[in-house]
Design a protein around this ligand. Structure first.
Ligand code: ADE
Length: 236
């Protein structure tokens, strides 16, 4: 997968792709990530990229020309062009899954009061929000989306880091995990996990995942089609 990030602050991304799983994915050439400075596409002699909003009001708006030229410098026929904005569709695991199957993602990070809307209307394919709160720019949201997408690409996670069992993979929150010692400051590990009975353990984990989701995130259960076994467990 190729990822291009269009930003006014490329230095913000330095540490993120230089460590851990993302670094490994880049080294293995599973993903190719480039930061493009929108300012490099300014034709202004002072490299200005923003201007006052038509109609008045506070703040500045990023001009369409440098963004258009930055997009054109990387765009292919099948690119998805993602604008990070609190006005976008709220991001979730199912959007991450869909993005992880693409060949080319372009992330457009806005700042100041916004981006000229003609870019959003005519060139952006997806508007994504990472939650109902406002950040100072699209860079942190782009990092969140990129991290969650790249880890889903086959070959990025090792066997022991598989995402099959984790929260949201099957629409539920993950069951609780324990390791040694069996007793910690008087708190015991649930007996069933020490039983060696794999069927019982699997049933307990499923129950715990359902219970936790029911208590904390009943909204997730509304959108999920439960199997007969899950319905039975939930009624217990
Ligand atoms: N830019 C500012 N706030 C944002 C948010 N919550 N999600 C995506 N992009 C943003």
């Amino acid at each position: 997968m190729k990822i291009d990030i269009l930003t006014l602050f490329p230095e913000m991304f330095k540490g993120v792709f230089g460590s851990s799983i993302l670094k490994r994915a880049i080294e293995k050439e599973i993903v190719d990530i480039n930061c493009i400075n929108i300012r490099d596409f300014s034709k202004d002699k002072h490299k200005k990229v923003d201007d006052y909003p038509f109609g008045g009001g506070p703040g500045m708006v990023i001009k369409p020309e440098p963004i258009y030229d930055a997009i054109e410098s990387v765009k292919a026929a099948d690119s998805r062009i993602i604008f990070l904005t609190p006005k976008g569709k709220v991001y979730n695991q199912s959007i991450a899954n869909s993005l992880s199957k693409e060949k080319h993602l372009i992330f457009l990070c806005g700042h100041y009061e916004g981006v000229d809307n003609r870019i959003i209307e005519n060139y952006v394919t997806d508007e994504i929000s990472i939650g109902d709160y406002v950040l100072t720019g699209g860079e942190l949201p782009a990092m969140v989306v990129i991290d969650s997408v790249v880890r889903l690409i086959p070959g990025v996670l090792g066997k022991e880091e598989s995402f099959i069992e984790e929260s949201h993979y099957d629409g539920l929150l993950e069951y609780p995990q324990y390791t040694r010692p069996r007793e910690f400051k008087g708190h015991k590990v649930p007996e069933v996990l020490l039983s060696g009975n794999h069927k019982k353990i699997e049933e307990w984990r499923k129950y715990k995942a359902l219970e936790l989701t029911y208590i904390r995130r009943p909204d997730l259960l509304k959108n999920k089609k439960l199997t007969k076994e899950e319905e039975k467990l939930l009624k217990q």
